[in-house]
Structure formats: C-alpha cells, structure tokens
Design a protein around this ligand. Sequence first.
Ligand SMILES: [Cu+2]
Length: 285
Amino acid sequence: MGLLRTLRRTVAVACAVTLGAAPLLVHTTATASSSRAQSAEAATQSITVKVAKKSIKVIGAKGLRSGRVEVAMKGGSAEIVMFKGDYDARDLAKDVAASDKGDIKALKRALANTTFLGGFEKNGTGTVVLPKAGDYSVFSFESKGTAEFSAGAMKMARTPKTDGTVIAKQGPVWAGSSTMPAEGSFLFKNKDRTVPHFVILQQVAEGTTTDQVLETLQSEGPPSGPPPWALAGELETASLNPGKSMTVDYDLPPGQYVVMCFFPDPNMGGMPHALMGMLRMIHLS
Ligand SMILES: [Cu+2]
C-alpha cells in the first residue's frame, strides 16, 4: 500500500534506518477473495473502488447510507477518509510528503484533519464503517486522482461474522487472536486513544521472534535482500483512526505471521510503530 511506502521513507528520513524487509513487504499479493463480499449478508450495502494512476472511481455509491459498507478494491490500494473543513486529499498528499521529510508539524496537521476509516490493498475486500451522514473521500498513494461520495442517514447493519481479531492498543501494542484460520475474515479494531494504526501481516519462518524482526527493522545500511525470516504471505490494510474498526477478508498460506504497524508516531518524531516495538507473532492454521 502506498501509505506504507511513504512511511518507509519516513523511516529512512526520521529514524535514519533502512528497512531490510522493504522490498519484500512492499510486494503485495492479491489474495483476498472477492467471493466473500458476495456471500455476505445481502442487506449489507456495497461499493467498488477502482483505482487508476490518474483517477479513482467509486461505483455503487448512489443512494448510499452511512453505517457498514462492503468495499471491493480494484486496480490498486485506497483508503476511505473523512476530512475536516476545507482540508482535502491534495492537502493530505502534501502533508504526507512533507512529513516524509521529517516535518512533524505536517504530520500532525494531517492527523488533525483526517479521519482514517479503513481500506484495502488491490483486490482486497472487507467492510468499513461510515460513522455519520456526510461527505467522504477516497485517497490512494498510488493515484493522482481522488474521489468523493456522500452517505445519508445511518443504515443499521450487523457486524459481519469474523474468524479472529487484530486489536491495536495504547502503548502501542497488539492484542487479539493468537491463532486464526488461514482463510477467513478478521476484525481489525483500533482501541488506541491517540493515534491511527494499520495492519501488516507478514509471514515469517516458524519460531521467529519479535526481537529478530525488530533487529532487522533497526539495522542500518542498504538491504541485502529479504531478511532470512521472511516468507511469502503478506497482507496489508489501510489505516484506522482511534475507536474505528473494519473487517478484512484474507486468504493466506498457513504458518507464523508477524503483525506490524508502520504508522509514524507524531509524538515520537515520526517513528513508525513497529520500531517502537509494535510487533506480535500469531499463527494462521
Ligand atoms: Cu500503528
């Protein structure tokens, strides 16, 4: 996801570290099954987001109401956000670019004006919650385009059944399921009261420790290929503001995974959360 690439640049600039894992982690696999979206409750509203280099299109937003919405991401990754006042996608892109270069004021301005409601990588599906009637934007670091849509009065919808949870908590630390099925849907909830988080699930060799991953993330110098513990399975979500949640469909190789977040912490000079120790090992079976 583009945000991640952005954050990795932040890593390089703000923390003077190079992510040995970056080339592997940036590679995204189109694993989420779109059939899940269709098999979910018929009553749930749905939209499709088409991301192209110069444009973003939202299909199915006519007559949309706030509440839970199934989202299918095509062509690239994107995030659904709500902006405050006149702040818009162009402002966010500008502020993120500046925060890349270590401008923490820009990062704080972006956070003060943007509510991150979730999103998915290319071909990803799941549900996000539009918290109220109003205007929403779709933003992608992979596109020059942006899209807006409106949602009307709240439509109540049941939280879809999930097979596990990934919880971000104050610290920042991870909580939630220690094992989940290799294919299914998980609930990602940000219970942190202060900052947004996003989820990366990266498959690792069985027995890998969070200390080993942290050591790789903190190692300096150009990456000499993927770290020895890294395996092929990978999934990434968009960011979620404090108090928000989303569900994420996934289909990954069984095995051990490290849960990571690279959101830059505005109170730690932009340090990505993973480098603050926001790492957790789980198993998909
Ligand atoms: Cu985080």
